[in-house]
Design a protein around this ligand. Structure first.
Ligand SMILES: *Cc1c(COP(=O)(O)O)cnc(C)c1O
Length: 614
């Protein structure tokens, strides 16, 4: 939640139109023989006043000596001091806005371009009208004024704050916005009474609606270009801004996602997204190629290639089925959960010749039945199955299934979405033809990119198989490899950069063995903890993966459990079984055994409040 709002002074809280300095600068430059316009006097408004004097001097065509600058500044100060108190009128809605902040327990800080000496007059004059901020920082008190963030930092220090996203900077000049942005705080530009608008109340009163509208639009455009987060007419809108930022902060409050994607990711991975890149840039293409190579080498060698594909995991599964199975080949799908079923839909919709064996969802698929089927139906060319069925958390016996299918000479394609990078999948030795996975499961990248790892020979022989152009893996492969890492269509550049970072993090952690060990530990802590609370996992431990676990709700209401755990910072996942009310907990992503302990504790603390409906 917002903890402090830091206001500018002149043009924002006092001195409608920010008139005092303008008059001062005109007098100052007149004293050294130059008539400057209002506009020139205003242009650098907001920065420290001596810097401001220099900035005006730089606008004058003739060279101005340092001596002249200091003289202009001396007269500026003199003029300011003489009648600054006449320019301390508090702006409309300021008193109400500050009272609103105080009621919410929000600190009221301030920064200014004025000197300490000037503020000695301004602060009491504002106080007489009812405005007194908790703190005022001037450029005299720090190494540099705006646009440097030091005055903002001084405010943060004073209020014992560490997170700049809990602080708003409000001002009436581009320099104010820049100061706030340099400090990484939220920034708000105020239009009416601003130096940027540059009009007195009387001047505003006689403007036509049309004229005022166009002048306000010009101010808005300058604030927008400077990067203001919010632009308001006057202080009566500040309450809405605070409420809206609080809503956004709450929405982005860090939750541990105990779901199998999207999942909790490291901040370094999210930060990697913060650059705009284009698809055809050589540097970017090299990153794309490195990502594909690194993925290939997690499960295979250079006789395989990784083909990245825009879209979630299902896109890769569909592309794999559509492209790596020839139109005249018959598929056998092994199904023991929703993801297996989804593949049937894909095959159905693309008019494939297929058959399926459907098994109990709480158990792995059965080798014996599969062997019988392979014996009975010689027309089958391809066997496709899900490695870890995320529906329940059941792990299918990848090695045995691959060996069995291969012993009958079948092509083997695997949906390894939720197991890739956490379970050893030796594609080479098992002779697995292809697998599909995504950036947003055990690689702990962000959602939006998926991939297929396949034998190069298979990819090369797949031309013309796909009925879809966008999902044509062969075409995508040609594009990405012949083009040196160039996507055929717009690449999700930010997501790819995040995936590059995620793969680096994977290596940093210790690769597959380290990730497996962490997930295993997460899973153990979770299951043991919940068992102690009387919540039992549904799948026999023998068949259970360390990716996601299904628990019996045991009479609890899922919506209640979800809401309570969300308020404690955990997001859980509904169950998918039709027979029993269940919930699921994923333990992949940037989560650790301590998080699992915290979750168990959170559930334990709420056991009595949770209504048992059974
Ligand atoms: C996540 C997942 C997918 C892909 O689902 P999307 O919603 O398309 O990302 C496919 N198969 C399995 C086993 C999965 O866990």
């Amino acid at each position: 939640m917002i903890k402090a709002v830091v206001f500018d002074w002149a043009g924002t809280m006092v001195d409608y139109g920010c008139m005092a300095p303008v008059k001062g600068f005109i007098e100052g430059f007149r004293s050294i023989g130059y008539e400057i316009s209002d506009e020139m006097a205003r242009k650098p408004m907001g920065i420290a006043k001596l810097d401001h004097t220099r900035a005006i001097a730089a606008m004058i065509a003739e060279p101005i000596t340092e001596e002249q600058i200091l003289e202009a500044y001396r007269i500026f100060e003199e003029t300011m001091f003489a009648d600054i108190e006449q320019y301390c009128d508090v702006l409309p809605y300021v008193i109400e806005a500050v009272a609103m902040l105080k009621r919410q327990g929000i600190h009221v800080g301030s920064t200014t371009g004025y000197t300490d000496k000037m503020m000695e007059k301004v602060i009491p004059a504002a106080a007489r009208q009812g405005y007194t901020p908790d703190l005022c920082v001037t450029p005299d008190q720090v190494a540099k004024g705006r646009p440097y963030p030091y005055m903002m930092w001084q405010n943060l220090m004073h209020f014992n704050l560490t997170d700049p996203r809990e602080v708003i900077k409000v001002g009436d000049t581009v320099a104010d916005i820049e100061e706030g942005k340099a400090a990484d705080c939220w920034t708000v530009g105020v239009i009416m009474g601003s130096s940027d608008l540059g009009l007195t109340r009387d001047e505003v009163a006689v403007l036509s609606d049309e004229e005022l509208k166009s002048r306000k639009a010009a101010v808005r455009a300058r604030y927008y270009q400077a990067g203001a987060d919010y632009i308001i007419g006057d202080m009566s809108s500040l309450a809405n801004v605070v409420a809206d930022i609080n809503r956004r902060l709450e929405l982005s409050a860090s939750h541990k996602l105990l779901t199998p994607g999207p999942l909790t990711t490291r901040s370094s991975v999210k930060r990697a997204m913060l650059t705009d890149h284009c698809t055809w840039d050589d540097e970017y293409k090299a990153i794309t190629t490195s990502v594909m190579d690194d993925i290939t080498h997690i499960s295979a060698n250079d006789s395989y290639a990784t083909v990245l594909l825009q879209g979630s995991g299902s896109y890769a599964v569909e592309a794999m089925i559509n492209c790596l199975v020839a139109p005249d080949e018959k598929i056998l799908f092994l199904v023991n959960g929703e993801y297996g079923k989804r593949m049937l839909t894909i095959a159905e919709d693309s008019h494939r010749d297929y058959d399926s064996l459907v098994f109990d969802v709480t158990r792995p698929v059965e080798l014996e039945a599969i062997e019988q089927k392979l014996k009975a139906d010689a027309a089958i060319d391809v066997v496709i199955f899900v490695h870890c069925e995320t529906t329940t958390g059941v792990l299918n016996p990848l090695e045995a299934l691959a060996k069995l299918a291969k012993s009958y000479g079948k092509k083997v394609l695997v949906d390894a979405m939720s197991s890739f990078a956490a379970y050893e999948i030796d594609m080479l030795n098992l002779d697995i033809d292809a697998l599909a996975a995504s950036s947003n499961k055990c690689l702990e990248g962000l959602p939006g990119l998926s991939f297929v790892i396949a034998k190069k020979s298979l990819l090369e022989a797949s031309e013309g198989n796909s009925l879809s152009h966008s999902l044509d893996l062969n075409d995508q492969y040609q594009g990405l490899y012949a083009g040196g890492g160039k996507f055929r269509f717009t690449s999700p550049t930010n997501i790819l950069l995040a995936l590059r970072q995620a793969i680096d993090e994977y290596g940093k952690e210790g690769g597959l063995p380290a990730r497996r060990a962490r997930y295993q530990k997460n899973h153990d802590v979770l299951v043991r903890g919940l068992e102690e609370l009387g919540l039992h996992s549904l799948v026999d431990p023998e068949y259970q993966s360390y990716i996601i676990t299904t628990f019996d709700l045991d009479g609890f209401d899922f919506a209640d459990l979800y809401a309570i755990l969300k308020s404690k910072g955990f997001i859980i996942y509904p169950g998918k079984l039709t027979s029993t009310p269940t919930f699921r907990l994923g333990n992949i992503g940037d989560v650790y055994p301590e998080d699992m302990e915290a979750l168990v504790k959170a559930i334990a603390g709420q056991m009595e409040d949770l209504s048992r409906k059974g």
